[in-house]
Each structure stands twice: as structure tokens, then as C-alpha cells.
Design a protein around this ligand. Sequence first.
Ligand SMILES: NC(=O)c1ccc[n+]([C@@H]2O[C@H](COP(=O)([O-])OP(=O)(O)OC[C@H]3O[C@@H](n4cnc5c(N)ncnc54)[C@H](O)[C@@H]3O)[C@@H](O)[C@H]2O)c1
Length: 296
Amino acid sequence: METVLTVIAEFDRFGLDRRREPVISFGGGVLLDLVGVATSMYRRGVPHVRVPTTLLGQVDAAIGAKTGINHGAHKNRLGSFQQPAGVLLDRRFLASLDERHLRNGMAEIVKLAVVRDERLFELLEEHGELLIEERFQGSSPTGERVARQVLHRSVQGMLAELEPNLWERELDRLVDFGHSVGPALEMRADGELLHGETVAIDIALFTTVAASRGVLDDKAGRRILELLHRLALPTDHHLLDGDLLRRAMTDTVRHRDGRQRLPVPVGIGAATFLNDVSDEELRSALRHRRREAVPT
Ligand SMILES: NC(=O)c1ccc[n+]([C@@H]2O[C@H](COP(=O)([O-])OP(=O)(O)OC[C@H]3O[C@@H](n4cnc5c(N)ncnc54)[C@H](O)[C@@H]3O)[C@@H](O)[C@H]2O)c1
């Protein structure tokens, strides 16, 4: 919040006109979220153009209408819904992004592929490593073709999920896959894990829950976990324990207005929601994950 107020002080110092001069922010998801809080509060809302410069920003954080900052021990506890005046996507920014942050952004693409886009999943299986190697810059003809396809499918997929439910009146949201216990882990890890890395860990856990219940066949479950490993994304973390799982679920149920609404895959490119997952079932999935862990 201190940083938000610093940004707001700069709006005053600049002498920002209310409507004619949109604030244009360039940066990763953290910066876009934070400037979004500032622009949605300033004079009760001034226009904001987002220019995401990270992969995660381009396929997720800049799309949609959410702004947010952390508060206390909680991820995005404060924020608003503010439709951006525009979002400009240019993958040339990704040329300078380091490998860890590229992989981090890949986690949100995997999320979307698992819940709604089998073709996108296949593209990641086949060419994910090449995309990271080329930083989405299309250094080879295949890399160029696949970078275009993957970014296009990711952004269009996000838009298709978000647009009919921009203000989240409906809380059964497929895009919440990867975000059920991930946010609590991200806060507990205090900078040790990136956002997308916690998404990957959450995907692995709930894929295991789905496979253990038999709503997802073993082969599809293995493909999801193998893709995460192939992209060198984490599927576990030492801070994830029974206590964290219980507390994360309590907060998630409040966030989802009294129900679990847990998105879980039922195949590659399809998902359902579970509302009756017990603490013991989650702990058992975690133990199972640890027994089955594929060495990286
Ligand atoms: N509003 C939403 O709907 C939404 C959705 C998904 C994620 N998020 C949020 O996004 C955040 C994560 O965003 P992120 O992964 O972009 O992390 P980030 O904003 O921390 O950026 C990652 C790092 O990359 C640097 N950077 C940015 N662009 C660069 C470039 N082109 N070249 C080199 N370095 C560059 C940044 O300075 C930063 O150090 C999380 O806080 C998450 O909650 C928001």
C-alpha cells in the first residue's frame, strides 16, 4: 500500500488529467496489479493501459479486470475490478526475461491447457522447451510458428473464460485451477517461490486428487505431471504440509463464498469442480505425490 500511495503521489505531481491521459504501465504482473490499484483509486478510477513485459503478465495478469496488492499474510487481499483501457501485447519484451521467469509464465499456460485446451497442451508437450530456449522470439521457423500459436491460444482462452464472468459473479472458475492452495504457499514461502511455481505445485496436487478419485485416468494424470517436470516446474515444496493445506483451504472456501469449488482435471483439456475434498484426502494426495515424485 505504501508503494501504491507513492505512485498516487506521482500522479498528483505530474498533474494527471482525469480522462484524457491514461496511465500506461510497463512491467510484470506485480507492477501491473499495483498500478491497477492506484489507477482504480485515483479520483475513483482513471484509465489504465497495461503493457505486460513478462510471459506471465502477457498470458494472465494483464488479461481481465483484476488489480491487487497483498495485505497482512494474505495474497491479493486488497484490490479492485477495473477494466483496463487497453492491453498491448508484444512478445519482444520476453527476449530479456530470464529462464526462471519464462518457466514461471509457462505454468499459467499449462493451467489453461489442462482445463480447456488439449491442443495447447500438446504444443507444450512437443515444443515447450524450444519456446523457452528461444524466449518466444521465433529464432527458428518452428519456434516462430509455435510461439504465435501458443500465445494466441493462451490469450484467447483466458479471454473466453474471463469475458462472460468479468466481475466474478460466478465463483466456479476454471482459471482458479492452480490457485486453491498456491496463494497461501506463495505467501508462506515469502519470495522463495514465484507465483507460477506455486501454480505448478497446486496443479500437481489437485491432479493427484483427481487421479486418486478416479475422475481422471492415470495416463492423463501422468501426462500432466510429466509436462510440469519437462518444463522444470516444481511439483512440491517442503513448506507444503498438512497445516498449510488446512489453513489454505479455509481461506479459499471463504474466498469462494462458502464452497470449495475446486477445479480438477477430468482429462486433458477438460475439468470439473469438487466440493467435498477432506483435509485427509489432501494430505493423502500430498503423501502420494511425494512417493511417486519423478526425479528431475
Ligand atoms: N491480476 C491478475 O489477474 C493476475 C493474474 C495472474 C497473476 N497475477 C500476479 O502477477 C504476479 C506475478 O507476475 P510476474 O510473474 O510477471 O512477476 P513480476 O511482476 O515480479 O516480474 C518478474 C520479474 O521480471 C522483471 N521483468 C519484467 N519484465 C522483464 C523483461 N521484459 N525482461 C527482464 N526482466 C523483466 C521484473 O522486474 C521482476 O523482477 C503475481 O503477484 C500474481 O499474483 C495477477
